[in-house]
Design a protein around this ligand. Structure first.
Ligand code: C2E
Ligand code: MG
Ligand code: MG
Ligand code: MG
Length: 295
């Protein structure tokens, strides 16, 4: 409420600001403790959101980090990831995410769970900027018994633009190692088309903002422009945040290659993901007439 009254008004309220600083400090301490004390498995978890093709085939899933704080409950990564970045804890957290992602791939392979071709993980600018990031990641992933080609690394534009030449160098190494590369939240950042052309990308992910404005009568939606750019660059376009049938139909018509969003499935925990896959499998094995009608 104070913020709605304007920036200056916020300064008049010392107690809320003090509270904010206290919360921040408590969160930072919690994050550090959770990371240091190997209590991470209890507090952190990966959730999974499937990714399907325009035709409805399963392509894979994205791993999304969740932190269940002992006092505060489940916290959004948009709160604690920036905090982890500012405090340098992102390196330990990022390494945990990769280990956990590999462990899940191994377990699904072992159990014959067909989750699509690959799993996507989000990588922070700070991880990418680490010297030797590509070589270390390749060693870790191979050491965990997983082929790099089974991981898609999702990077944001801001992660690439801070030091473009060294980011480009790292991306080339990652691509050479076999990792797939996706540019996340595309369209919200500042990358110029000439930069884009030089990046060894496989996927452009259209930011949710462009998907939410899609409706049947939109004549020249920006999402369509982004899809065309992707195809001209020779990369796949994936839409994030698909929530309605109308949005899906518009994206299909625009030739979008991949779809992700609540309409298809919300991010779910590992058990929920296995259940979603199993139910999907079952629905597909039914004769056409017996299938529950979608949309
Ligand atoms: P992102 O990578 O762009 O992930 C997509 C976000 O959109 C996720 O939010 C997802 O839950 C949400 N989403 C998916 N479908 C829909 C939909 O249909 N409608 C709406 N309204 N939202 C949808 P989430 O899980 O809160 O993650 C937020 C961001 O936090 C991610 O954005 C990513 O940038 C970051 N993040 C998540 N996990 C990790 C991680 O392991 N490492 C790093 N570095 N960042 C992560
Ligand atoms: Mg992502
Ligand atoms: Mg995104
Ligand atoms: Mg996003």
């Amino acid at each position: 409420r104070a913020k709605a009254a304007g920036r200056n008004a916020v300064r008049l309220f010392l107690p809320p600001m003090q509270q904010e600083a206290d919360t921040r400090l408590a969160l930072e301490r919690g994050l550090r403790t959770a990371l240091e004390q190997e209590r991470m498995p209890a507090q952190f978890a990966l959730h999974f959101q499937p990714l399907v093709s325009r035709q409805g085939d399963l392509l894979g899933a994205e791993a999304l980090l969740r932190w269940r704080h002992p006092q505060l409950g489940e916290l959004s990564p948009s709160v604690f990831i920036p905090l982890a970045e500012e405090t340098g804890l992102i390196h330990a957290l990022g390494a945990w995410v990769i280990r956990e992602a590999c462990a899940h791939i191994r377990a699904w392979d072992r159990d014959g769970v067909a989750f699509g071709d690959r799993l996507a993980v989000n990588v922070s600018a700070w991880q990418l900027a680490q010297p030797q990031f590509a070589a270390q990641l390749e060693a870790e992933v191979r050491g965990a018994g997983v082929e790099p080609s089974r991981l898609t690394l999702e990077l944001t534009e801001s992660a690439l633009l801070q030091d473009f030449d060294s980011a480009l160098d790292t991306l080339r190494q990652l691509a050479a190692a076999g990792f797939r590369l996706a540019l996340d939240d595309f369209g919200t950042g500042y990358s110029s088309l000439s930069y884009l052309q030089r990046l060894p990308l496989d996927v452009l992910k259209i930011d949710r903002a462009f998907v939410s404005e899609l409706h049947p009568s939109a004549s020249t939606p920006l999402a369509g422009f982004i899809i065309d750019v992707a195809h001209r660059l020779g990369v796949a376009a994936v839409a994030e945040g698909v929530e309605t049938v109308a949005q899906r139909l518009a994206l299909e018509r625009l030739g979008c290659d991949g779809l992700q969003g609540y309409l298809i499935c919300r991010p779910v925990d590992e058990a929920g993901f296995r259940q979603w896959l199993a139910e999907r499998e079952q629905a597909r094995s039914l004769p056409q007439a017996q299938r529950p009608s979608s949309d």
